[in-house]
Design a protein around this ligand. Structure first.
Ligand code: NAP
Length: 526
């Protein structure tokens, strides 16, 4: 039997008292480790984080906390090789895909370390300007932001065990709020190991960072009014969390990052021989295959003018056909595995469901697995579906509703119509009910800008790809710490990252009404 991963709570390493849930290698099928949180004293764990971790962090300035992030980043850098090995074994990802998670997490931590440095030697932030409350300017109002006196509980998805931790923990710790992370069970090992390295290096105050691996049972019951919860995962689990009595009754602040039917939109006016068309095909194929399509931001629906449907199908298909799929330990493999057999079944089932309303333009089943046994490995080739024609795009409802969390996307033709040539495309995009990201491809800057504004109300991020930024753009699906991550509607309504904006979630906002002399003392120079 494999060994149980330890949990780190109340300042010490503790294993659960149960037999544990096994974690598997999704390519070889072997058991790697087990996780368990049975009989942990959760009340003590939360109290320790709040009291020890919270008070230690709050005595530090933003600059000092930024230095903690930088120190944690150094620890992670020093152990990168171990993280890549864990990702290969437990997530079944090729090196480039592991990098998105591991180096993406370290980069985000480093970005917040630099940002925190610029916030200086303060322990609170001002929000906006002073506002006069009466005729006499002597008495005014100033909003301030102070760290919440609670704990930040993170419940994360399986697809980003590293980035998912650090993109949340960096702004929380910089804000002065201690963190308890509960990773998704299937890939908990990498999160647990990273926390272990940072804790063992002694770079954070006691209680600032805890990890609980295994069942989520009882976690939400511990929440108190000044705690916050940040959840990433499926819409179904999000519903359970939102309606949990502790959250409802104690007004616990919650951020939800759920699933999303992200779009890529090729504007009319750029033909099949254009650079914009080529960039579109390249990005769709890339997004389908990075991390085997297990990215919340991956392109699920790719919209093209009806006349370019066949050419786009060819362009994307040609790229997908070159994707070698199989064991990530083999250097010729470009796309590794799905994370588990559960995911493999879910992807197969979801694909069949979509195929009832769409044609198959490229069939993932045509990809022979490299160095992997198809009876054991959770590997699937990329599949491109198509809605056939614009009428088919209108009629098909499943492609706008079901997120198949794997290397699957649907090509959706739209009718460019006269002066309002994007109205059909935009209506189709909006059937996703709110997404994390839409990307727009074209060479007409004014048309791209108009479309970006049109899409901004239903997307957290609009990523515009024009030929002038072909070699510069950061990628449709890559979440950059400088930009907002989250989306309205079915994407969960959450907001993460976006630079210093992320700190607001971990702060309480209050208005101070006082003499301008008092208010002047609140400012950094005061
Ligand atoms: P999931 O099944 O909803 O699980 C997410 C997390 O919630 C896991 O840690 C899970 O723990 C925990 N959990 C399950 N039931 C719970 C409950 N009743 N109370 C509290 N916690 C509970 O999602 P997943 O399968 O890991 O992730 C895939 C989904 O996440 C996809 O839909 C994807 O789109 C979405 N996602 C969104 C983003 C984003 O930023 N918007 C990013 C990544 C992924 P266990 O693992 O122990 O069950």
């Amino acid at each position: 039997m494999t060994s149980l991963l330890s949990n780190f709570v109340a300042g010490r390493w503790q294993t659960g008292s149960g037999a544990g849930t096994p974690l598997f290698d999704p390519v070889l099928g072997t058991e790697l480790a087990r996780v368990d949180a049975t009989d942990l004293n959760l009340q003590a764990a939360f109290a320790y984080a709040r009291e020890q971790g919270g008070s230690a962090l709050r005595t530090l300035s933003y600059r000092e906390r930024a230095a903690l992030l930088a120190a944690a980043g150094k620890v992670l850098q020093a152990n990168r090789d171990a993280y890549y090995n864990i990702a290969t074994a437990n997530s079944g990802t090729v090196k480039n895909d592991s990098a998105v998670d591991i180096d993406g997490g370290i980069y985000t931590l480093g970005t917040y370390a630099k940002m925190g440095e610029t916030l200086g030697d303060r322990r609170h932030l001002l929000d906006g300007e002073m506002a006069r409350l009466a005729k006499d300017p002597l008495f005014q109002s100033q909003h301030v932001l102070v760290p919440t006196r609670g704990v930040a509980l993170f419940i994360n998805a399986f697809n980003f065990p590293s980035w998912g931790l650090w993109e949340k923990a960096a702004p929380a710790l910089l804000s002065g709020v201690p963190v308890i992370i509960k990773p998704a069970t299937a890939t908990a090992w990498l999160t647990q190991r990273m926390v272990q390295d940072v804790v063992d290096a002694g770079v954070l105050p006691a209680g600032a960072l805890s990890v609980i691996c295994g069942s989520s049972a009882g976690l939400l019951d511990q929440l108190q009014p000044f705690d916050v919860v940040s959840f990433t995962g499926s819409a179904d689990t999000a519903k359970v969390i939102r309606s949990h009595p502790a959250i409802v009754q104690r007004s616990v602040r919650v951020n939800i990052e759920a699933d999303s039917l992200n779009s890529a939109l090729l504007l009319p006016g750029d033909g099949a021989d254009s650079a914009a068309f080529d960039l579109f095909c390249k990005e769709v194929a890339r997004e389908m295959t990075v991390k085997s399509g297990q990215k919340c931001t991956a392109i699920r629906r790719a919209f093209v003018p009806e006349a370019l449907y066949a050419a786009a199908a060819d362009g994307i298909r040609a790229r997908l056909a070159k994707t070698t799929v199989g064991n990530p330990r083999n250097d010729t493999v470009r796309m590794g595995a799905l994370v588990s057999r559960t995911q493999l079944h879910a992807v197969r089932e979801g694909l069949a469901y979509l195929q009832a309303q769409a044609e198959t333009l490229h069939d993932g089943a045509t990809h022979a697995l490299v160095d992997a046994d198809s009876a054991v490995a959770c590997c699937v080739g990329p599949t491109l579906l198509g809605a056939r024609d614009a009428a088919g795009s209108d009629a098909a409802d499943r492609i706008h509703d079901i997120e198949v969390f794997g290397p699957v996307a649907t090509l959706v033709p739209y009718r460019p119509e006269g002066a309002h040539e994007l109205s059909h495309a935009l209506a189709l995009v909006r059937r996703g009910q709110g997404s994390l990201v839409a990307s727009v491809y074209g060479s007409d800057a004014a048309a791209i800008a108009r479309t970006a504004i049109e899409l901004a109300d239903s997307h957290g991020r609009v990523h515009a790809v024009s030929p002038d930024v072909a070699a510069l753009h950061t990628g449709h699906g890559n979440v950059m710490p400088q930009s907002l991550h989250g989306g309205p509607g079915r994407a969960g309504g959450g907001e993460e990252l976006g630079g210093v904006f992320a700190l607001k979630f971990y702060h309480r906002r209050a208005a101070i009404q006082a003499s301008t002399t008092v208010l002047a003392s609140l400012s950094p120079a005061g």
